[in-house]
Every structure is written in structure tokens, then in C-alpha cells.
Design a protein around this ligand. Structure first.
Ligand code: ATP
Ligand code: MG
Ligand code: MG
Length: 587
């Protein structure tokens, strides 16, 4: 942990550890504590953080920052990070999302099982306790049932410059409020007819403290608690209580919650005073969310892209979701490297998409096997093949290192045959100056193979080149003593026409044409890039075609590719380009 660069959150934790702020925490022994801590048991963790997604969509790259941050801080400081589903909003949540989130956190390399104990929690398990807390606030005259219409309530909240107006229901007695609240719970009042509000200060300069709603009526089926409840706590009320119940020490969230912190403190201080929450209680700290250029990171907008079929699903390789990035070929290591590099701060900023791509390159360069692939195939025939090798069908074995810097990864073999695929751009009938590849009369090396001399080409009726003709120079094979006798400047990649394997390759461009697709109220759909996906028919080296789905390669010259997790099959290979070899995004 000492080698990690410091940041304001690490400094806060270091200060709390030095001062022993959380040294004497004891569990309350609540029945909803899924980790089963007994009442009075001292907390063995030095700190506790949590990652609290709402299961209403798939996680995206912004969530990866939060996951790496919260799990990373716990790891570095001898703490425990909880994975908690903040499932207090029944309409939008679903088990499908719960499963996908569990998968994503595990895939990123983090584990909520610590010392054989699961630290997986569901806020919905705390509904009973939250209800108790609400009743205790009512009894203490700190909450009341408001029967104003939603419009009146909004109007009476005031503005930044005008104080709010107190509700006519604000002065009701605790007994009357308790009775009303019990009726709400019993389903005796329709949705929208009343809410429970905290009684704080309608004149507060912080609008969040002007008697915020803490419970509302919803006759909605919950994916875990079913129809047990028809009142649900508001996020701002539920979240501090969830933190407190789990003995969280550092509750880290994004900057938009800064204005909610006074309520977080108000609520927990009262619950401590009322004996419902143990002291020392958790504290909230805010950091700047991740904003990545050319990307939208709002679940609502991502859901819209999926629903309106602008992409092929949540796991479309162009999506910034973790399932999308995974399918695109991003590795967990590269995403962790990315979040380490961008760090955390208290000021909002934009991170260039190229930073994410560079993290992928830096991860894969060191370990991805190399292979040859021809993305824009043009046939080349070696016209003296039978003469040199005695048979037109001869296949000449060639080999290359799996990784040039790692001999221990072994070698790969592939055959050179009389006909091969080369890139269309590697032949030019009338070349520009300085062109070192194939042109009638020029020589170049077929990489890991022989030097060849181009003798001409064949064209179709439209004048398009359909075949390049060349002669092989015997005794120039790479890796043999004669390899250097003929010096050439150009080296071209190729795949045997008869031994190479046809593969579908998907080439992606940015999903949006503007770096800030949803800034300033712009309709992000208006800047969708109509050419963000291109599918090409290619040929790849047999070793790559035989790879399992999910395997990453560097296709020489072309970048990093992954065998598609869904569509790739041995015999019918499908690759996604994760990124090019060099930054092509520009500045
Ligand atoms: P969205 O606004 O896309 O719906 P959310 O913030 O509502 O996302 P949650 O499931 O509530 O989604 O988020 C879980 C955690 O991830 C929260 O603590 C939130 O602060 C954090 N988070 C979400 N988006 C980002 C982001 N872009 N950068 C950093 N952290 C994020
Ligand atoms: Mg949220
Ligand atoms: Mg949000």
C-alpha cells in the first residue's frame, strides 16, 4: 500500500487509523446482518467501505472506478469492502441485474468473501429496521406524515433564493403521525396521497434539509421482498442506515451527493442519540465521478441505446458497460490499471478515451500472443513454387515466436503455400515514392518466410487487381543462414490461402462523433456515429482460429483482437478489434 500514490481519501483513512477513530466499533447483532456478526462483537476490520449499486442496469466503466476504489482501499488498509445492492426502489430493479453485477465485480478481480465470510448485502433486508428508525423519528417529533399534493409540496419547498413554506400537516402530534404512518404501511392510503417527511428546517439554505421525504407509498412488487411492503424508504434515508447497520466507516460516493451529506449526518446523529445506531458512526466522503470522452455513463442513456437498438445489446463491444468492454477485449487488469492511472480527486474533469486504450495496450503488449491476420485480403501467387519445391501442393513449414519478448511462451507454426493472402495495400502498381512493399519489379519479405520478387498482377474486367504475381527467392528463408543474402526494406504479413482460416472480424470506431455526447443538455443520439461498426471477411493464422472464445491476440500490424465471447467458435472464428496498435483518436 505504501507504493500507491496518495490521494485525499487515503489521507482521511490514514488519519482515522492514526487517531483510532474506528478502533472500538462493535456490531449491533441485527437479525438482518447477512454476515452474522453477533451483538457486541468487536469489528475485526480496520475500515469498512462498500460498493452500493442499484440493480437497475448493467455496470459501466464509471462503476469500475468506484469498485476499484472501494475494494482497493479496503485491501490496502486491512479493511473489508461490502458489496451491497441498494434495492429500495422496486419498480426498476431486477434479479437479472443483480446477477450481472455479481459477475462484473468478480470478473474485475474483487471478492466480497473475506476470511470465509460473505459480505454481500441487500438493502431490502433492512426494511424492518428502517421502518423502526422512521417510527423512532416520529416519536421524537422529527418526522411527520404530509398529506399535501405533490405539486403543493414542490411549490412549498421554495427555491435557492426563497425559503420554503411549512406544510399545514407539520404540527401534527407524534401519536397522530404514528397512526397515519401505520396506516400507510397497512395499505390504507393510495399512492401519492401522503409521504413521511423528516422535520428539519423549511428555511434551510440547503434545500435537501427542507423536510425531505423519507418514505413514500408504492404498491409495487419487489424482486426480493415481494408484496410484503407498500411503503418504501427514499434513497437519502435508506443509504445512511444501510451504512450504519453494516458498520461502514468510510462511505465514499460521487460529488453529486455532497449536498446530501448534511442530511446523512443529521439522520445518523439522531439515530445514534436514540440508541438505534452504534457510535462511531460512518461518514460520507465525495469524489469526482469518471467522465470519459466519447462515452455516456448514465444507465438511463445506456438503456435507451439498447432499447432503441442503436447497439446490439448491453454487451455490444461499443458499449462502455463492463460486459461490453469485456466482449470488446478489455481485460480486468487493463481496467484496474486505468483506474489506478486516473486516480481520484475532488474536482470534476474529463479523461481522454485514449487513456483507457493505452492501459489495454500496456497490459496486452506484455502478454498477448502474436498472430498474423489479413484484414483486406488480396491473393498472391508464387509462380515458381513447383519449380522450387518440386510440387505445386508443397507446404513449407514456417514458425515465429508466440511473443517476441517471451521465448518461454514457445513458437507457433504455420505453412507457406504457393498462394497466400496479403493486404491489398501491400501491392501498388504505381507506388508513391518511398513505398517498400510490392510493386512490379520490387522485392519484399513474406514475414517469417522468404524474400519474393513481384512480377506483375492480374485484373478483372473493371481493372481491379485480383491477384499479385511473384517469384520466391530460394535460400532466403527467415531463420536460415542464407536469410540475409538478399537485403529488402519491406516486410509484409500474410496468411496461406489453403491453410489459413477464414474469419469474421469486427472493426469498431467510437460510438459518438463528439467527445462530449451528453454535455449541456445535448441529445446524445444526435451525435451517434453511423459508422461505428464494420464487419470484414479476413484470413487468420490457424493458431488464432483455434483459440478459445475470449482469448486475446495481437494481430501483427493491426492491433489487439479478441475471439468474440458469444459468436466465436473453433471452425468459425469471429474476432473483435479491441484497439489499434497506436493511438488513432487524436487530440
Ligand atoms: P447511473 O447514474 O448511471 O444510473 P448510478 O450512480 O445511479 O449510475 P448506482 O448503481 O447507484 O448507479 O452506482 C453505484 C456506485 O457507483 C455509486 O456509489 C456511484 O457513486 C458509483 N458510480 C456511478 N457512476 C460513476 C462514475 N461515472 N464514476 C465513478 N463512480 C460512479
Ligand atoms: Mg444511483
Ligand atoms: Mg446516478
Amino acid at each position: 500500500s505504501a507504493d500507491k500514490p496518495s490521494n485525499f481519501l487515503r489521507q482521511i483513512i490514514e488519519r482515522d487509523l492514526a487517531q483510532g477513530t474506528y478502533a472500538n466499533r462493535r456490531f449491533a447483532g441485527h437479525p438482518a446482518d447477512a454476515a452474522g456478526h453477533a451483538a457486541g462483537q468487536p469489528d475485526p476490520a480496520r475500515i469498512r467501505t462498500r460498493f452500493p449499486p442499484e440493480p437497475n442496469g448493467y455496470l459501466h466503466i464509471g462503476h469500475a472506478k468506484s469498485i476499484c476504489l472501494n475494494f482497493g482501499l479496503a485491501q490496502d488498509f486491512g479493511g473489508i469492502c461490502h458489496l451491497r445492492f441498494d434495492d429500495t426502489n422496486p419498480e426498476k430493479e431486477d434479479q437479472e441485474y443483480v446477477d450481472a453485477i455479481l459477475d462484473a465485480v468478480r470478473w474485475l478481480g474483487f471478492d466480497w468473501n473475506v476470511g470465509g465470510v460473505s459480505h454481500l448485502f441487500y438493502a431490502s433486508d433492512y426494511f424492518n429496521f428502517m421502518y423502526r428508525c422512521a417510527c423512532a423519528l416520529i416519536e421524537d417529533d422529527l418526522a411527520y406524515v404530509d398529506e399535501q399534493s405533490a405539486d403543493d409540496m414542490r411549490r412549498n419547498r421554495g427555491t435557492l433564493t426563497e425559503p420554503g413554506v411549512e406544510s399545514p400537516w407539520r404540527a401534527r402530534s407524534p401519536q397522530e403521525n404514528l397512526r397515519r404512518f401505520e396506516e400507510m404501511r397497512a395499505g390504507q392510503h393510495p399512492e401519492g396521497s401522503m409521504v413521511l417527511r423528516a422535520k428539519i428546517d423549511m428555511a434551510s439554505p440547503n434545500i435537501n434539509l427542507r423536510d425531505p421525504a423519507i418514505y413514500r407509498i408504492r404498491f409495487a412488487h419487489h424482486h426480493r421482498t415481494g408484496d410484503q411492503w407498500c411503503i418504501y424508504p427514499m434513497y437519502t434515508f435508506a443509504h445512511p442506515i444501510e451504512d450504519a447497520m453494516e458498520c461502514i466507516s468510510h462511505s465514499i460516493c460521487t460529488l453529486e451527493f455532497e449536498d446530501q451529506r448534511p442530511f446523512y449526518d443529521w439522520l445518523l446523529d439522531h439515530l445514534v442519540r436514540l440508541g438505534l445506531v452504534a457510535s462511531p458512526r460512518p461518514h460520507q466522503y465525495e469524489f469526482a465521478r469518471l467522465n470519459l470522452t466519447y462515452v455516456v455513463t448514465s444507465k438511463r442513456k445506456l438503456a435507451q441505446l439498447v432499447a432503441e437498438r442503436h447497439v446490439d445489446g448491453w454487451d455490444d463491444p461499443r458499449m462502455p458497460t463492463l460486459v461490453g468492454l469485456r466482449r470488446r477485449g478489455y481485460t480486468p487488469e487493463s481496467l484496474r490499471l486505468f483506474t489506478d492511472r486516473i486516480g481520484v480527486s475532488k474536482a470534476d474533469s474529463w479523461i481522454d478515451y485514449s487513456v483507457l486504450e493505452q492501459a489495454l495496450r500496456d497490459d496486452l503488449d506484455a502478454r498477448a500472443p502474436r498472430a498474423m491476420a489479413v484484414l483486406d485480403p488480396l491473393r498472391l501467387e508464387l509462380t515458381n513454387w513447383a519449380e522450387v519445391f518440386g510440387s505445386a501442393d508443397h507446404a513449407e513449414p514456417c514458425s515465429a515466436p508466440v511473443h517476441p519478448a517471451h521465448p518461454e511462451m514457445g513458437r507457433r507454426s504455420f505453412d507457406l503455400t504457393s498462394q497466400v493472402w496479403i493486404e491489398r495495400e501491400d501491392f501498388m502498381e504505381v507506388p508513391p515514392k518511398g513505398y517498400h512493399r510490392l510493386t512490379p519489379g520490387s522485392m519484399a519479405r513474406l514475414k517469417y518466410g522468404y524474400v519474393i520478387r513481384c512480377t506483375g498482377c492480374e485484373k478483372d474486367a473493371e481493372g481491379r487487381v485480383v491477384k499479385v504475381l511473384a517469384e520466391l527467392l530460394p535460400d532466403t528463408k527467415s531463420g536460415t543462414p542464407g536469410a540475409d543474402t538478399v537485403k529488402v526494406k519491406g516486410v509484409i504479413t500474410w496468411v496461406s490461402a489453403s491453410r489459413g482460416v477464414a474469419a469474421q472480424v469486427r472493426l469498431f470506431d467510437r460510438l459518438f462523433t463528439d467527445a462530449h455526447p451528453d454535455v449541456g443538455g445535448r441529445d446524445f443520439l444526435s451525435v451517434l456515429n453511423p459508422q461505428s461498426k464494420q464487419t470484414v471477411q479476413t484470413y487468420v493464422e490457424p493458431a488464432a482460429a483455434a483459440a478459445p472464445a475470449g482469448a486475446s491476440f495481437q494481430f501483427e500490424r493491426h492491433g489487439y483482437f479478441v475471439a468474440d465471447r458469444v459468436d466465436h467458435a473453433v471452425g468459425a472464428p469471429v474476432f473483435n478489434r479491441t484497439t489499434t496498435l497506436k493511438d488513432s483518436w487524436g487530440k
